[in-house]
Design a protein around this ligand. Structure first.
Ligand code: ZN
Ligand code: ZN
Length: 614
């Protein structure tokens, strides 16, 4: 199952992000809390500082929303929802100009004295975001080759389905205004493409075709349901029909390019190549290491996991296969044990209920083992994924937006009724008795759900809006490891080899994602090599492996985020343990978790500085 953040990140896609502190020219002490002694005499100055900082931030965000209305809608800000800017060449240049205007302005703000560490961190995130934006529009130039960037569906779907912010007739007014801009949008999109990548072209055709039903069915149905005056309804309907025709002709235009490409073999490769991948990795992941170093780390971790799995397989073999001799090849041996254990799984009709039943046990465990403080006033609601959201992630967390801090958090689980019995069986074997527990830890407790609650309590709007995906995914992956270390999954007080093997397999997936990402985009990995890595060396089903190969081609750096964040959090924890041992202090796991999460969704590298330099 993939993760909810992907969607949000696609919507707000302009933003990628990193930058070495020093390259920005910001003094390192900006990241440290101001020493207490200094604070008192400077209070008046600090207050003036705080208000000018806040004012500048408000000015930035106001300008940002005005320039990026789709990101505003994705963040739940509907004030900008009426505008749908066409992706013209003029707009590209205007976005670069926006970044170039704000980069020095925010850097100047960063040079003022007396900033808190949280404010300094906010500025670093914004700087990274704007640098990434400029780089993306001037160097990466995916606006020319990735046709799947062009799709108007998300904001329309959100305006149709987000029923809580305004009544339907009012939302239809916004929809109407956007509809009128769709023809210009798609005309500009087609003109902007230049030697598009055939693979992304195919994706764009599929995704935009998926959006047709919005204009053929959903919007006309909403117009009927709204009880508008006939003339008003007819006007919106006419704009909707124009939008539909524009979308159809965009798809036809893409198909024409695709046909031509089939004839002459033209079109850019889907592979980013070394230079672009490594720069994108730096902006997106904001890790303390570069992409080649993380890749090497992942290769070493893969071997370590295979050794562990081989030992678990040896331990389990006699009880599963009695006197049969295990295969000499360790991959064959692990695969046999994995297949046998996977027979223990939920049933299609019980799947959602089985997940629901596990949440209280996880909560109880986290509290009793003193791992983290939970907030019982903000319960997690497990539900079947609403139909308009299905088919993207399998399982996901819907956290309340920034504008709705008291809202409910949902754990969305796709029911399995879309599957044939064979597909359901394969899916349930993948998410078997043990793996399902790890999934719940990852998505819910103490993974994404808990992290997002802590993040929402952090007062930084910037960190919530421009937060770091590697930190968010890294935390969820770290939560799995930490729960295993605390003894989760043990049977009668004894560590379970079954859980050990299945957790290692799950973790191997995270590690393989990072290996795959780098190998595909930098090292030219072929499909056969990719499938071999995923299926034979990481024990994934063929459906899982095929889907992952597809995702590795159409995305870049996102698949590295899980392992990058995870390995950095683990390293930070060990560094802190060492440091405190040298100081003669006892390391407290709960205090580590709570402090780590208190900084919002900041890059691990940033939190590391704050926590180590205290
Ligand atoms: Zn996740
Ligand atoms: Zn079965």
């Amino acid at each position: 199952m993939t993760h909810p953040h992907q969607q949000a990140r696609r919507a707000a896609k302009a933003g990628v992000a990193t930058l070495l502190l020093l390259a920005l020219g910001l003094p390192a002490q900006m990241l440290q809390a101001a020493p207490a002694a200094q604070v008192q005499p400077q209070r008046a100055q600090d207050q003036a500082q705080a208000s000018s900082f806040d004012a500048e931030l408000v000015a930035f965000l106001t300008a940002y929303w005005a320039n990026f209305p789709d990101a505003a809608v994705a963040a739940g800000r509907y004030a900008e929802a009426a505008r749908l800017p066409a992706p013209t060449e003029a707009r590209r240049l205007q976005q670069i100009a926006f970044a170039e205007k704000w980069l020095p302005r925010l850097a100047r703000l960063g040079q003022s004295s007396g900033l808190t560490s949280a404010q300094a961190g906010d500025l670093l995130l914004l700087d990274n975001h704007l640098q990434a934006l400029r780089w993306s529009l001037s160097e990466l130039r995916s606006d020319r080759w990735d046709a799947s960037e062009y799709n108007v569906a998300d904001a329309f779907a959100q305006l149709l389905n987000k029923t809580d912010f305004a009544p339907l007739p009012q939302r239809l007014k916004l929809i109407d205004q956007r509809l009128r801009q769709v023809p210009a949008y798609y005309k500009a999109a087609l003109a902007q493409l230049h030697e598009p990548s055939p693979l992304h072209l195919k994706l764009a055709i599929a995704q935009n075709s998926g959006a047709l039903s919005l204009f053929r069915e959903d919007i006309p149905a909403a117009i009927k349901a709204a009880g508008l005056k006939p003339a008003e309804a007819a006007a919106i309907k006419a704009h909707n029909d124009q939008a539909l025709r524009a979308l159809e002709s965009f798809i036809a235009g893409l198909e024409k390019i695709a046909k031509q490409q089939q004839l002459d073999g033209s079109g850019r490769s889907f592979r980013l190549g070394k230079a672009l991948f490594e720069q994108k990795f730096a902006y997106e992941i904001q890790a303390s290491v570069d992409a080649p170093t993380l890749f090497q780390r992942a290769l070493a971790e893969k071997e370590a996991l295979l050794q562990k799995m081989s030992a678990y397989a040896d331990q389990l073999w006699p009880q599963l296969f009695a006197a049969e001799t295990p295969p000499a090849d360790r991959l064959d041996k692990i695969a046999r044990v994995n297949a046998k254990l996977s027979e223990r799984h939920s049933a299609p009709e019980r799947f959602v209920e089985d997940i629901k039943a596990q949440i209280p046990a996880l909560e109880k465990w986290v509290v009793e083992h003193d791992l983290l403080t939970l907030d019982p006033s903000r319960p997690l609601v497990v539900r079947e994924t609403p139909s308009y959201m299905r088919g993207v992630a399998g399982a996901s967390i819907s956290a309340p937006g920034l504008m709705d801090p008291k809202g409910v958090t949902y754990y969305n689980v796709d029911p399995l009724d879309k599957y044939t019995p064979e597909q359901a069986e394969s899916f349930l074997r993948e998410y078997n008795h043990w793996v399902l527990q790890v999934l719940n830890i990852h998505e819910a407790i103490p993974g994404h759900y808990v992290q997002l609650l802590y993040s929402n309590k952090s007062p930084s709007k910037v960190k919530a809006l421009f937060g770091n995906g590697a930190m968010i995914e890294g935390w969820a992956v770290y939560a799995e490891r930490m729960m295993m270390e605390s003894g989760w999954g043990a049977v009668d007080g004894k560590a379970s080899a079954e859980m050990g093997l299945m957790y290692a397999k799950w973790n191997l997936r995270v590690v393989s994602n990072a290996i795959l990402d780098y190998s595909v985009h930098v090292l030219g990995m072929t499909q056969d090599q990719a499938i071999n890595l995923l299926q034979r060396e990481a024990f994934q089903s063929s459906t899982e492996a095929t889907e992952k190969w597809h995702r590795a081609q159409v995305s870049s750096t996102q698949l590295s985020s899980y392992f990058a964040g995870f390995s950095e959090i683990l390293a930070l924890r060990e560094q802190l343990k060492d440091k405190q041992a040298k100081q003669g202090k006892a390391f407290n796991l709960k205090a580590f978790h709570e402090e780590f999460l208190s900084h919002g969704s900041a890059p691990v590298r940033m939190v590391q500085r704050l926590m180590l330099e205290k």
